[in-house]
Design a protein around this ligand. Structure first.
Ligand SMILES: Nc1ncnc2c1ncn2[C@@H]1O[C@H](COP(=O)(O)OP(=O)(O)OP(=O)(O)O)[C@@H](O)[C@H]1O
Ligand SMILES: [Mg+2]
Length: 564
């Protein structure tokens, strides 16, 4: 019988491998940025055109390559990262197969410009896997890889590409993951000439999270730090109150390597137990550390998944780590329901009935329902012009002044909007404000609420509006600034997770109308603010879900100072 088995030519083998490694532009971004990071880059720049269908370019300032290495790098199984199968255990670089560059080159027109900073730089051109040119080039140390016409020679695969927006989003996600893995490295992401992400180097993980996931989401996360047996888990999980059914972000790392694992995410969710509504999906970033031989990172063609030797163990520790973090959150949580304060503590001499405080208040008019005015006589300090600190029977209480005032205003304005509406104050001279298109849209969308809260504003030609009257929630209120900031927030869809439109508007307004952190307050103002805060149906957090009150329990102090 004639021989039927043949060895495939390299070019075909590369294209087949490419099918596994290079699925879409996002995979190219992932592979090239991983190479840049493996090369020790401090700065990585990624350009994308048409979702990467026409151009993907990744530049770095890493070690670069000499000419011989640059040519070799395009060969299958050419890698500088491991030398033997044994090196695979505990490999700390993203790459180790020597597959990515040849795979990408086999399905595109690839340019590689590189210099090791010592020898003359090189520029290589490859078309569909065929090396066309190797030229000398002047360039600084580092590497730029340019990928054009992805899948130009595999039309069947090209057809599978999604819309430009969808490919761009996938590439953005791939880059975000690596940016979170390396907070020390600066990243820039430019899409069709517009910078979409720009984070500086030398960041902490928290700063990087704020840069990549946005400040708002990052502000809802609490730290995780937990170890048991062979595992250690670090990272951040979202506070239960902030979890929403949609729009969550998750990121897992093992020994610094990103991976996907829905079951491990589920284990983390199990750590929330009953503290979230069923259906809410908390955001989280968890970094697991294990012995190198306890995890196999070479089980997935694009290295997106890993295999743990002790699967049950890692799930258990992740669940415990989340529960531990949320448990500590509760211990630090707020005290102070109205009952606990105005009731029992009044007897203890901290809250005394007295009628002389309303006149001292500059910040807040006394609330109308206050039949029995109370005063608050414990020593009170403002720290960093932001926190109010006082002694309570069972610990030291710290109140965030902005968050407290926001809470007070939210309740009051909500009640007024549902009732007779808010009072307004006419401006002597109307204030003309220029809005963006998005802000004008928001101005129209929320016109009714804007009027009801006490702003009187009308279109004033072009993109301008004239502001004739503003509400007057407190004497330090800046109506023009509040109007502008509130409209900008509404345009940006801040508080977008709030389903109720009136609540969304009032939350936005209250946040912008409240006194800010950094504002010095007089003592009567501070006392009045606290009184009004205790009048509210005090949940322990503000409209963003951030803590309003934090207590340092006396027991905790005693434990730390060795008194117990
Ligand atoms: N940006 C870069 N800077 C310096 N060297 C690079 C860069 N990109 C690639 N190289 C070199 O080229 C080699 C081949 O890269 P390639 O991505 O194909 O394989 P790898 O990273 O070793 O393994 P993997 O296929 O798992 O990614 C690398 O081992 C590295 O030595
Ligand atoms: Mg690689």
């Amino acid at each position: 019988m004639a021989r039927r088995i043949a060895i495939l030519p390299d070019a075909v083998a590369d294209q087949i491998a490419a099918g596994e490694v290079v699925e879409r532009p996002a995979s190219v971004v992932k592979e090239l940025v991983e190479n840049a990071l493996d090369a020790g880059a401090r700065h990585v720049r990624v350009l994308l055109e048409h979702g990467g269908k026409t151009l993907i370019e990744v530049s770095d300032d890493g070690t670069g390559m000499g000419r011989e290495d640059a040519v070799l790098a395009l060969d299958r199984h050419a890698t500088s990262k491991i030398r033997s199968a044994a090196d695979l255990v505990g490999v700390s670089t993203f790459g180790f197969r020597g597959e990515a560059l040849p795979a990408i080159a086999s399905v595109s027109r690839l340019g590689l410009a590189t210099s090791d900073g010592e020898t003359e730089g090189s520029e290589l051109a490859v078309t569909g896997g065929r090396l066309e040119r190797v030229d000398p080039a002047a360039r600084q140390r580092g590497t730029t890889v340019t990928v054009r016409g992805l899948f130009f020679n595999t039309p069947a695969r090209r057809k599978f590409l999604r819309s430009t927006a969808s490919e761009t989003r996938a590439a953005h996600d791939a880059l975000a993951t690596l940016a979170l893995a390396h907070p020390g490295t600066a990243f820039e992401f430019e899409v069709d000439g517009v910078v979409r992400l720009h984070v500086p180097g030398g960041q902490t993980l928290v700063e990087r999270l704020a840069g990549v996931w946005g400040r708002e989401l990052a502000g809802t996360l609490v730290p995780v730090g937990y170890g048991a047996g062979a595992f250690r888990v670090e990272g951040f999980v979202q506070r239960p109150a902030d979890a929403k059914p949609t729009g969550r972000r998750t990121q897992l790392f093992v020994n610094g390597r990103p991976f996907k694992d829905p079951f491990l995410v589920r284990a983390a969710e199990a750590g929330y137990r009953s503290s979230i509504h069923p259906g809410d999906r908390p955001s989280l970033l968890l970094a697991v550390t294990v012995a190198p031989d306890a995890v196999d990172v070479n089980v997935h063609p694009a290295k997106l998944e890993v295999r743990f030797r002790d699967r049950i163990g890692v799930e258990r520790v992740v669940e415990e780590a989340v529960r531990d973090a949320l448990g500590r959150l509760e211990a630090a949580a707020p005290i102070g329901s109205r009952a606990g304060w105005a009731g029992s503590d009044r007897g203890a001499g901290r809250w005394e009935a007295s009628g002389d405080l309303g006149s001292q208040s500059e910040l807040l008019p006394a609330s109308a329902t206050d039949e029995e005015p109370a005063s608050f006589t414990a020593p009170l300090l403002q720290m960093f012009n932001t926190y109010l600190v006082y002694e309570a029977p069972d610990g030291i209480v710290i109140v965030d002044q902005h968050s407290a005032h926001e809470r007070v205003l939210y309740e009051r304005v909500m009640a007024q909007m549902r009732g007779s509406g808010c009072s307004a104050q006419r401006l002597l001279l109307p204030l003309a404000l220029e809005l963006t298109d998005e802000e004008l849209d928001a101005f129209e969308t929320y016109g009714e609420e804007i009027r009801a809260v006490g702003f009187e504003a009308e279109p004033f030609g072009g993109r301008a509006v004239a502001l004739h009257a503003v509400p007057a929630p407190h004497p330090r209120f800046d109506g023009g600034a509040c109007f502008r900031e509130t409209i900008a927030d509404l345009a940006r869809g801040r508080f977008g997770g709030w389903a109720n439109r009136l609540e969304r508007f009032v939350a936005t307004f209250a946040c912008r109308a409240a006194i800010k952190a950094g504002q010095p307050l007089s003592e009567p103002e501070m006392r009045q603010l606290l009184l009004q805060l205790f009048e509210t149906d005090l949940p322990p957090h503000d409209v963003h879900g951030r803590s309003t009150i934090v207590q340092l329990p006396r027991e905790e102090l005693e434990r730390r100072f060795g008194r117990r």
